[in-house]
Design a protein around this ligand. Structure first.
Ligand SMILES: Cc1cc2nc3c(=O)[nH]c(=O)nc-3n(C[C@H](O)[C@H](O)[C@H](O)COP(=O)(O)OP(=O)(O)OC[C@H]3O[C@@H](n4cnc5c(N)ncnc54)[C@H](O)[C@@H]3O)c2cc1C
Length: 301
């Protein structure tokens, strides 16, 4: 039996793995994406991680993962579909979509978060045909064209600025009249000539003919566009832990900085747990804290 299974190789999982190897634990990291490094791979530029200013998110993720693999971390590429605790001796069994099972004394769950969908007609139909959740991944396809960004937080405004550098015109559609993004970003957006703010408005439907060609708003207006980028926040990946650990009303695992949950031997780290700031720096810190507490738990058995 393994000491520890870490689920997810984003910043939180990789940080836990590095600390785990140094604590001499027998561990594996299960990650569903090929050489995945989590959400940060989607960021065009990360300017707020101490010591690595200006690095693009993909390179930052690679740096983290190389650090872990150079330390001898064993990665398993698979999607975790079931997690169970033995009622007698309390060990954990983790099952993947391939039907493989792994047993361990403790689990660190660091499966992060995913993009929130709008749930409007046309969104699924035109997914990857004009509907995107990652401006830095897909923005280049819209060079010289007209796009819309939906959302009012940092990601939405960053996306609008990024696209404004590529597209002829960018509509920024936000359901309120004020943004939740950093003031400096809001100022830059307002100064950008090819960004048109569409405030107090919401998307009713995404229209197209094979690919997106317009967006219909709830007030009845229709904007002609070639692509739409949805930046409406994220939801935690906690589907497989419902019934195992306590979740808050938004679906985040209830755990403090220690990573401890209500289930003995089950620790949560990174964006997936209850906290106020979801960033690389807090995810990395969570991974270290969760590992430290998991190591204490394992040695106490
Ligand atoms: C576009 C964008 C820009 C950002 N920019 C910044 C920035 O500039 N600065 C900053 O500090 N933060 C930024 N962030 C936030 C930052 O990326 C996250 O806070 C951080 O990645 C969270 O790390 P994590 O390890 O908790 O989760 P994630 O990064 O979400 O990693 C979770 C991992 O778990 C894997 N996984 C999920 N479910 C399963 C399963 N069932 N089985 C196996 N594996 C699974 C996923 O594939 C993923 O690799 C940005 C995020 C986005 C989306």
């Amino acid at each position: 039996m393994l000491d520890l299974i870490i689920i997810g190789s984003g910043p939180a999982g990789l940080s836990a793995a590095v600390y785990g190897i140094r604590a001499n634990l027998d561990l594996i990291v299960i990650e569903k994406e090929f050489e995945g490094t989590g959400q940060i791979a989607l960021s065009s530029k990360v300017d707020n991680y101490l010591g690595l200013p200006g690095l693009d998110g993909y390179s930052m993720g690679e740096t983290f993962r190389t650090h872990a693999s150079d330390f001898g971390v064993n990665f398993v590429e698979a999607t975790v579909t079931e997690i169970k605790q033995d009622t007698a001796d309390k060990h954990w069994t983790v099952t993947t979509a391939k039907g493989e099972t792994y047993e361990s004394k403790a689990v660190i769950y660091a499966a992060g978060a995913v993009h929130r969908h709008l749930g409007v007609p046309g969104e699924e139909e035109f997914s990857a045909k004009g509907v995107s959740y990652c401006a830095t991944c897909d923005g280049a396809f819209y060079r010289g064209k007209t796009t819309a960004v939906v959302g009012g937080g940092d990601t939405a405004l960053d996306d609008a600025l990024y696209l404004a550098g590529l597209c002829e015109k960018v509509y920024l559609i936000h359901r309120r009249d004020a943004f939740r993004a950093a003031e400096i970003t809001v100022k830059k957006v307002k100064e950008k000539e090819n960004i048109e703010l569409v405030l107090n408005s919401q998307v009713a439907e995404i229209l197209g003919d094979g690919s997106v060609n317009a967006v219909k708003l709830v007030d009845g207006r229709t904007l002609d566009i070639n692509g739409i980028f949805i930046a409406a926040g994220s939801v935690p990946v906690t589907r497989y832990v419902e019934g195992i650990v306590d979740l808050d009303p938004a679906g985040y695992i209830i755990a403090d900085e220690s990573g401890r949950t209500n289930a003995p031997g089950f620790f949560a780290a990174g964006d997936v747990r209850t906290k106020t700031l979801r960033q690389v720096v807090t995810a990395v810190s969570d991974g270290a804290n969760a590992l430290s507490n998991a190591a204490h738990y394992i040695s106490s058995l």
